[in-house]
Design a protein around this ligand. Structure first.
Ligand SMILES: NC(=O)c1ccc[n+]([C@@H]2O[C@H](COP(=O)([O-])OP(=O)(O)OC[C@H]3O[C@@H](n4cnc5c(N)ncnc54)[C@H](OP(=O)(O)O)[C@@H]3O)[C@@H](O)[C@H]2O)c1
Length: 256
């Protein structure tokens, strides 16, 4: 490939890479040359098959990010996998995330904690653990958080999701400020409305579906592969001087 977007020889951890946006990001990074360490609680067979034609290394680590318990072990395993490929942990994509829907007035503590634990707490402590490795050899790295339009807007019926994704935008900026001078770029991507499990309930609700579709200037729900380019860009040397941005990939939704 060559050029500023080339990721050859680098290794990317992608959480939640078995499906949806995480899978699309893993495939895009592999096509750009990166080896992939796919982390999640479900089998990654489909992603492995999609990446096979690229010829890039692919490793799978099973971990439930509903708690921070597996983080130290998974980072150790990921580091060993990268080293076995003659690489290192260059890129971390914090993609794993969940959503719980319910009116704020009735929202439960369980639905609050579950979302915060995966979307914010595990993301922070995984990033901390990987950053220690990135800093140890003085070569830095790239962290890409998968934020949301709810990092900018309020939404309805998703209080813990909005709090977690708004928090993630703030965390992205804080980590960028702390680590920019140490060679780690921390940025985020804010996907608009994409066709994945996360948005199935919205797409099945005819009224919400029509309202959402009618507001997207591009005129269609995002396809997961339409997110890959932004991830490759932020993971690459082309983004070397970009720190703390939350990049919308939303078909123009926020421009409205
Ligand atoms: N789709 C959209 O329109 C949209 C818009 C804005 C932001 N996002 C964000 O994009 C990210 C990916 O979501 P998606 O749309 O691709 O939805 P998805 O298809 O539901 O994927 C979510 C991923 O997170 C993983 N995950 C959830 N809980 C986990 C846990 N406890 N431990 C490990 N992995 C866990 C899931 O694994 P399992 O398959 O095993 O559950 C899955 O791989 C999320 O952070 C989401 O908030 C999506």
């Amino acid at each position: 490939m060559g050029g500023p977007f080339d990721l050859t020889g680098r290794t990317a951890i992608v959480t939640g890479a078995n499906t949806g946006l995480g899978q699309a990001i893993a495939v895009a990074l592999a096509k750009a040359g990166a080896g992939i360490v796919a982390v999640g609680r479900s089998r990654m067979d489909e992603t492995r098959e999609l990446i096979a034609p690229t010829g890039r290394p692919f490793h799978e680590i099973t971990a439930d990010l509903g708690s921070i318990a597996p983080i130290a072990g998974l980072v150790e395993e990921a580091q060993a996998a990268a080293a076995g490929d003659g690489s290192r942990l260059d890129i971390l994509v914090n993609n794993a995330g969940i959503i719980r829907r319910g009116d704020a007035i009735d929202f439960t503590e369980a639905d609050w904690d579950a979302v915060m634990d995966v979307n914010l707490k595990s993301t922070f402590f995984l990033t901390q653990a990987v950053a220690k490795r990135m800093l140890a050899d003085g070569r830095g790295g790239k962290v890409i958080n998968i934020a949301s339009l709810l990092s900018f807007q309020g939404g309805i019926r998703i209080p813990s999701y909005t709090a977690s994704k708004s928090g993630l935008a703030g965390l992205t900026r804080l980590l960028a400020c702390e680590w920019a001078a140490k060679g780690i770029n921390v940025n985020a991507i804010a996907p608009g409305y994409f066709v994945t499990n996360n948005t199935q309930a919205l797409r099945e609700d005819a009224e919400r579906n029509a309202a959402i579709l009618g507001r997207i200037p591009a005129g269609h729900w995002g396809k997961p592969e339409e997110l890959g380019g932004a991830a490759v860009f932020l993971a690459s040397d082309a983004a070397a001087y970009i720190h703390g941005v939350v990049l919308p990939v939303d078909g123009g939704w926020l421009a409205r």
